[in-house]
Design a protein around this ligand. Structure first.
Ligand code: A3P
Length: 305
């Protein structure tokens, strides 16, 4: 199925998938942040990961549009070459440092320039990324849609803790008792860091509203200059409809881990889906917490377009 690039270890997909099959949904903690136990077991190696100046890192709270951004970054770096973008699934093209031993080892040896992914809150990012002044693209999504997407994801991904019923999950998310911790801490931490480091802070809602505008921002940040025609083709190739059918990004090759019968990875891809899940009382509770936590930090999310 894959158009194997010269650099790709052909066994890498099987190794990563095989390792994930053995994962448990147990939770651990790093410096007070809830993190999957399998990630905690590799923590020293993750934290000591050696970044390079020419790496590009995508960082996000889970379910914020990371995969979408990964595919945009890949196509921008390939100057729109769709054929080459089909060389491997997204978790090989852009290794996820917290995914496990194989992914981490692969990230260390893959040819440069590398694209890498983390879901870590800013204070847990391996320090070498700051030392090397690596470019980082942070993707943020409004918390209500993020919560709904995460709920469905935790149900379908058997390496994740079972989310329980929606009403319970609502409290777990609000209290930060989910893998990678509290949404507010995450987005605010990265927002504050963006003025001191090379961080492009991108909003999922902006990507939905005007994908071309946001792809251009990514292009400029990555130091590329692409024609309007190439940009249009990247926009098309990274649209929800095309990505949903694309095995490189729809995680269909991880069906032993992510059960498509429960939920599709490319589920809805909308802004405002939370309205079909939140009770009126939950919405009021959430809004009150949102106002309290976001007061005075200059960061604002759009819950609808
Ligand atoms: P939904 O579950 O709301 O559909 P991540 O990659 O960080 O895990 O984020 C996954 C979310 O991004 C899912 O949200 C998924 O559908 C959405 N997504 C992925 N690609 C997208 C695209 N091209 N357009 C819009 N949404 C996209």
């Amino acid at each position: 199925m894959w158009v194997v690039g010269i650099w790709m270890d052909p066994g890498i997909i099987e190794k990563i998938v095989g390792e994930m099959d053995d994962y448990s949904p147990d939770m651990g903690e790093i410096d007070g942040v809830p993190i999957l136990q399998d990630t905690c077991n590799e923590w020293d190696e993750i934290y000591n990961f050696q970044a390079r100046e020419d790496d590009i890192l995508v960082a996000s709270y889970p379910k914020s549009g990371t995969t979408w951004m990964q595919e945009i970054m890949d196509l921008v770096s390939l100057e729109g070459d769709v054929q080459k973008s089909m060389r491997a699934p997204c978790f090989v093209k852009v290794p996820f440092l917290e995914l496990g031993k194989t992914s981490l080892q692969y990230a260390k040896v893959m040819p440069c320039p590398r694209m890498l992914k983390v879901h870590l809150p800013v204070q847990l990012v391996p320090p070498s990324f700051w030392d090397k002044k690596t470019k980082i693209i942070y993707v943020a999504r409004n918390p209500k849609d993020c919560m709904v997407s995460y709920y469905h994801f935790q149900k379908m991904d058997n390496t994740m803790p079972d989310p329980g019923p929606w009403n319970e999950y609502f409290s777990s998310f609000l209290n930060g008792n989910v893998p990678w911790g509290n949404w507010f801490d995450h987005v605010i931490g990265w927002w504050k860091a963006k003025d001191q480091h090379k961080i492009l802070y991108v909003f999922y809602e902006d990507m939905i509203e005007d994908p071309l505008r946001e792809i251009k921002k990514v292009m400029t940040f990555m130091g590329k200059d692409l024609s309007e025609e190439v940009l249009q083709s990247i926009k098309h190739q990274t649209s929800f409809k095309i990505m949903k059918e694309n095995p490189v990004v729809n995680y269909s090759n991880l069906s032993s881990v992510m059960d498509p019968a429960v939920s599709s990875f490319m589920r809805k891809g909308k802004v405002g889906d939370w309205k079909d899940h939140f009770l009126v009382s939950q919405n009021e509770l959430f809004d009150a917490e949102y106002e309290k936590r976001m007061a005075g930090n200059g960061l604002r999310f759009r819950m609808k377009l």
